[in-house]
Design a protein around this ligand. Structure first.
Ligand SMILES: Nc1ncnc2c1ncn2[C@@H]1O[C@H](COP(=O)(O)OP(=O)(O)OP(=O)(O)O)[C@@H](O)[C@H]1O
Length: 254
């Protein structure tokens, strides 16, 4: 279980997160939703240890995140960031094998290569394995990067997966495939999955719980299907009630 307790984070005089509390459970997929610039990615970085909050703490299975060594962290959690710029012509397969770096001293290169191949197949990208990564389309690159992060925690039951807008470049079919795979991995490997996303339809159908971040604060944490409703969406995104009802009223009605 991952717990954020009273997280506060500022850049200069700009307070981005204020007293954020949230809990993320193994075997569950949780969405982080909210307007542009609200602090979703910043919160995700606090959860992964990339940023250290000014106040408050993040605990992973009861232990402060910053007490874990980098090696321990690299085996307990994998992170897919919003941007992963790579200009060197590594092949797609080489990119995915990089996810296996935390195990490079333990496993033979062959088995890491096999895991990378399996991960590529799972994201429908095995046929791209020998292509130079920079020549791939945006959606192909996103799938290869997702294969890299799942290969990083391949054999780690109870690990965590943090995804920042993982479907932003994907077509409808690959959005569905990726989020279905996330659900399966979460259940079968007891993963704690946290996804920052903008697509409320996907969040409704593909996540168990959701939080909303707005103006540095957080609300929610209950079932996505109970929270992604017209009145709440209207308030969080400052949308006219009629528009929210048209977009999220009938479609998501009980
Ligand atoms: N390094 C930085 N320097 C200055 N401001 C920053 C920095 N990083 C983030 N911010 C600001 O912090 C706020 C929160 O940014 P963050 O990326 O967490 O938002 P977000 O909710 O993920 O947004 P989006 O939905 O647009 O991706 C924004 O106003 C952003 O401009």
């Amino acid at each position: 279980m991952i717990t954020a307790e009273n997280i506060t984070y500022s850049i200069g005089s700009h307070r981005i997160l204020a007293n954020i509390c949230a809990t993320f459970n193994p075997g569950r997929v949780t969405a982080i939703l909210g307007p542009n610039g609200a602090g979703k990615s910043t919160f995700l970085k606090c959860l992964t240890g990339a940023l250290k909050p000014d106040e408050g703490s993040v605990t992973v299975d009861g232990r402060d995140l910053h007490q874990y060594s980098l090696t321990e962290l690299s085996r307990r959690r994998a992170v897919l960031s919003q941007a992963n710029p790579i200009s060197f012509p590594f092949t797609a397969h080489e990119i995915v094998v990089m996810g296996r770096n935390p195990y490079s001293l333990e496993k033979t290169t062959a088995s890491n290569a096999e895991i990378a191949d399996e991960a590529l197949a799972l994201v429908d990208a095995w046929h791209l394995r020998d292509r130079a990564f920079p020549t791939l389309s945006g959606g192909e690159q996103q799938r290869v990067q997702f294969a890299r992060v799942i290969s990083q925690i391949w054999e780690q039951e109870g690990a965590s997966l943090f995804l920042d807008e993982p479907t932003s470049a994907l077509d409808l079919k690959h959005q569905h495939q990726l989020l279905e795979l996330v659900q399966i991995l979460s259940t079968e490997k007891n993963l704690t999955v946290v996804i920052v996303m903008h697509d409320l339809n996907l969040a409704y159908y593909s996540t168990d719980h959701c939080y909303f971040i707005k103006d540095g604060g957080i609300q929610g944490g209950e079932d996505s299907k109970d929270l992604i409703k017209a009145d709440i969406i209207s308030e969080i995104f400052d949308l006219p009630k009629e528009y929210a009802a048209m977009r999220f009223g009938g479609q998501f009605a009980d």
